[in-house]
Design a protein around this ligand. Structure first.
Ligand code: HEC
Length: 272
């Protein structure tokens, strides 16, 4: 079950955790429109490929680069994190952390479904983003900076709680903001639909779509929560792929193809 959840988290990251915004053009693209109208509140699909790549690979500033959490996801930490989340974050990110709080509809880029993204993002990345928010490139978002308002302990508790929302271990905080909760089956369906679309649009060949799905299945089998949680999404994806190559599960060539396919899906705006 854990593995299924982790796979879904990765699928989600690849599919959804890449939103950015195109403040310069201020023209929401079709992807963002459909993401909103689908009511999924996945907080993705903003802007065109270049911005998505920039966000995916956003360099973590030096002062945060070496941080890693030493706050265990104990019941106390999760409860504290849950209280903070319900108070400060759910209005945008939703009670379930799926990016669909009541304030989300008016935001572009939309709030991220951090229940998912936090599964596959490093401690250092998450701590940076919570501390400094979304001002400036490549984010240019309404995500507030919490570094002054919340203690370091608070921020680590929040990170524990966000990850717990995505793996089903979060205590129920009885939040009032509503929104979806994490659903691995829904994510798998979305991923499959996205690949069909990619083939229809000529972004991928059927063989490439199959390879993409296949490598995901291997990631599912081999991923563990024990992995080093450091880096932005691009870096974490690279680490996972390298692990699979080391294990002999996939070839270096397949890993390279996967990365290439992933980049093209981002650039085509198919990743929401
Ligand atoms: C006013 C709405 C709003 C509130 C309140 C808010 N966020 Fe956000 N948040 C956003 C938006 C919009 C994004 C997506 C754009 C971005 O990454 O800057 C985001 C992105 C993030 C990200 C980056 C995730 C990723 O995948 O890159 C994290 C982490 C995050 N928020 C955590 C929090 C936490 C924790 C709180 C509460 C302490 C919070 N947010 C409160 C709007 C909000």
């Amino acid at each position: 079950m854990k593995k299924l959840i982790l796979l879904s988290a990765l699928l989600f990251l690849i599919a959804c955790g890449t939103e950015t915004n195109e403040a310069e053009t201020a023209v929401p693209n079709e992807t963002s429109t459909s993401s909103e109208s689908s009511g999924m509140g996945m907080g993705g699909g903003m802007g065109m490929g270049g911005g998505m790549m920039a966000r995916h690979n956003a360099p973590i500033p030096d002062e945060y680069a070496d941080l890693s959490s030493n706050v265990e996801a104990s019941e106390e930490s999760l409860t504290r994190g849950g209280e903070l989340f319900t108070t400060y974050c759910a209005t945008c990110h939703g009670d379930g952390g799926m990016g669909d709080g009541p304030a989300a509809a008016n935001l572009d880029p939309a709030p991220v479904a951090i229940a998912h993204t936090s599964q596959m993002m490093g401690d250092n990345y998450l701590f940076w983003r919570i501390s400094e928010g979304g001002q400036g490139d490549p984010f240019n978002s309404a995500m507030p900076a919490w570094g002054a308002a919340l203690s370091e302990q608070d921020r680590w508790d929040l990170i524990n709680y966000m990850r717990a929302l995505g793996d089903g271990t979060a205590p129920n905080m009885g939040g009032m903001m509503g929104g979806a909760t994490y659903d691995p089956n829904a994510e798998a369906t979305r991923q499959a639909d996205m690949l069909i679309q990619a083939v229809e649009q000529g972004v991928l060949t059927q063989a490439e779509a199959d390879l993409f799905a296949e490598v995901h299945a291997e990631l599912d089998t081999n991923m563990t929560r024990g992995m080093q949680m450091q880096g932005n999404m691009g870096q974490m994806q690279d680490v996972l792929l390298a692990q699979l190559v080391d294990l002999g599960t996939i070839s270096q060539e397949q890993a390279d193809q996967f990365s290439d396919i992933h980049t093209r899906l981002l650039e085509a705006g198919l990743m929401q």
